[in-house]
Design a protein around this ligand. Structure first.
Ligand code: HPA
Length: 289
């Protein structure tokens, strides 16, 4: 089956109805919590919680550190829905399945996608714990001929050939930079290019070197296909990476160059307060505007 036919419009609509009726809300902002950043959903007020396995036709997430539930409620006065646990290509799901919740968000009424992830820092200026606001991406899975939009296009979602320049909303990036200054963490905030690889293995040094030469600042295993799906249906996108480890782009005898999931989770846990504050403040600004 072509990817785009896995979840027809009617199926997405049914899931969206289940969530809007079950919560009594039409959320305006959708949040995807990255590895170790599940607390972004824990700060939602008056939450209505939908376990993935109880949502009709919804996939279940299989990764440690990713709960599997949708949380609908309010944050800074704005109606939001957050995915605590996302779906990854390396779990064996086609990209259209990984990003299908973005279409559910769209039909629930969501206008803004906030996507977060844990990523390895390739840019040598990045330190562990820094936040990289995404202003562009390099879609490695796309280079390899894979896309969540592959297959017949349903124009109710968006156009056959969506443009992706200006995918990452500049106003939101600028607002986030200002918020970082107000929080006193401007030296820990960067703007850069993210790339998604298939995973689940971390990268080789030669691969990281190649990514660096391509202009990539941070690397992970998510987000890009979600952003493509969101832009296809004309959502405004804000995304950031929490840098959980530094990627070696040169060979060395030191052992500590290896990425590992426990380290990723520990750093994310340490930095979740700052990430929550950034997201809350940005949502407040959107809500007040
Ligand atoms: N590579 C890929 N994905 C990641 C990394 C990394 O170094 N760190 C966190 N997610």
């Amino acid at each position: 089956t072509p990817q785009s036919l896995l979840y027809p419009y009617e199926v997405i609509e049914e899931i969206a109805d289940f969530i809007t009726k079950g919560s009594g809300m039409r959320p305006k902002i959708g949040i995807i919590c990255g590895s170790g950043l599940g607390s972004l959903a824990d700060i939602i007020q008056d939450p209505k919680i939908f376990e993935y396995e109880k949502i009709p036709n919804f996939p279940v997430s299989t990764v440690e550190g990713h709960a599997g539930r949708l949380v609908v409620g309010t944050l800074e006065g704005a109606t939001v829905m957050a995915m605590q646990g996302r779906f990854h290509f390396y779990e064996g799901y086609p990209l259209a399945k990984c990003s299908m919740p973005v279409r559910v968000m769209k039909l629930c009424g969501v206008e803004y996608l906030f996507a977060t992830n844990a990523a390895g820092g390739i840019n040598p200026r990045f330190a562990v714990g820094d936040i990289m606001l995404m202003h562009d991406h390099v879609n490695m899975l796309g280079f390899a001929g894979n896309s969540p939009l592959q297959g017949p296009n349903d124009p109710r979602f968006g156009p056959r050939f969506p443009a992706l320049v200006n995918s990452y909303n500049k106003d939101l990036i600028n607002k986030a930079i200002e918020i970082g200054k107000a929080m006193g963490i401007e030296s820990n905030i960067h703007v850069g290019v993210y790339s998604c690889l298939g995973g689940p293995n971390y990268e080789t040094i030669a691969e990281l070197k190649a990514l660096r030469m391509m202009g990539v600042d941070a690397v992970g295993m998510s987000t890009v296909h979600e952003v493509i799906t969101a832009r296809h249906c004309d959502m405004k996108v804000f995304a950031f990476s929490l840098i959980t480890n530094k990627c070696a782009t040169e060979y060395s005898d030191k052992k500590d160059d290896e990425a590992n999931h426990d380290e990723v989770m520990a750093v994310a846990k340490n930095r979740q307060k700052a990430c929550c504050e950034l997201v809350s403040r940005l949502i407040r600004e959107i809500h007040m505007a």
